[in-house]
Design a protein around this ligand. Structure first.
Ligand code: SF4
Ligand code: SF4
Length: 198
């Protein structure tokens, strides 16, 4: 990676980049409004989840998985299966650069309440900002996103600058993509880059 990009990534650790959102989650938990009493984890299933991530959010997840030795053929197959099952690889263009936002069960959801297998330090910002709005969630529809805090976090991080560098370095033509497609594309582009250097 370019020196400028490496230095920007080092200056802002994944946890630092999510500090405001994690702090809010902690506060919600302390006041009994966290997700710990959730009985379903509906927000991660195809019924409600259409999470998209920026290149920077995707690279945070990707590097964490590589570091934890979880980026392997089994996971790649799972991501590809999710892509196919929910037609995430079939983009429908809506004009003005927008594409249809599809729903999908997240490949990191473990099919139980609070079932995300990613740590808070690496979750997509949108997932951290989406929380319960009552103390005990027994059904879908009682949760929501703190969009104001989400925007504040992105601005505080200088994410636009890092995302632009990542897009250039990895020759990405998108600003946001669903999680499986973003991870697979970043992996492919890194392989292409490494092959071109060899
Ligand atoms: S990353 Fe985690 S919290 Fe976000 S949709 Fe996937 S399983 Fe749910
Ligand atoms: S946001 Fe709602 S559905 Fe998702 S884990 Fe929290 S309480 Fe459950």
């Amino acid at each position: 990676m370019t020196e400028e990009l490496i230095s920007l990534l080092k200056d802002h650790s994944p946890r630092q980049k999510r500090a405001l959102l994690i702090e809010k989650m902690d506060q919600l938990e302390q006041t009994g409004f966290g997700c710990e009493k959730c009985q379903g984890g509906w927000c991660c299933t195809f019924e409600y989840n259409s999470m998209r991530v920026s290149p920077l959010e995707a690279i945070d997840i990707y590097l964490a998985l590589v570091e934890e030795n979880k980026w392997n053929d089994e996971l790649i197959h799972h991501l590809q299966h999710t892509q196919t099952k929910y037609r995430l690889d079939k983009e429908i263009f809506l004009g003005r650069g927008n594409t249809l936002r599809r729903t999908y069960t997240c490949p990191f959801f473990t099919e139980k309440a609070q079932g995300c297998s990613l740590s808070r330090a690496h979750k997509p910002y949108g997932c951290l900002a989406f929380n319960a709005q009552k103390s005990e969630v027994t059904d879908a529809g009682f949760c929501g996103s703190d969009q104001v805090l989400l925007e504040k976090q992105v601005v505080a991080n200088q994410d636009d600058q890092i995302n632009q560098l990542l897009k250039t370095y990895l020759t990405l033509d998108w600003d946001k993509k669903d999680i499986p497609s973003a991870l697979l594309e970043i992996n492919n582009q890194l392989i292409n880059l490494s092959n071109s250097i060899d």
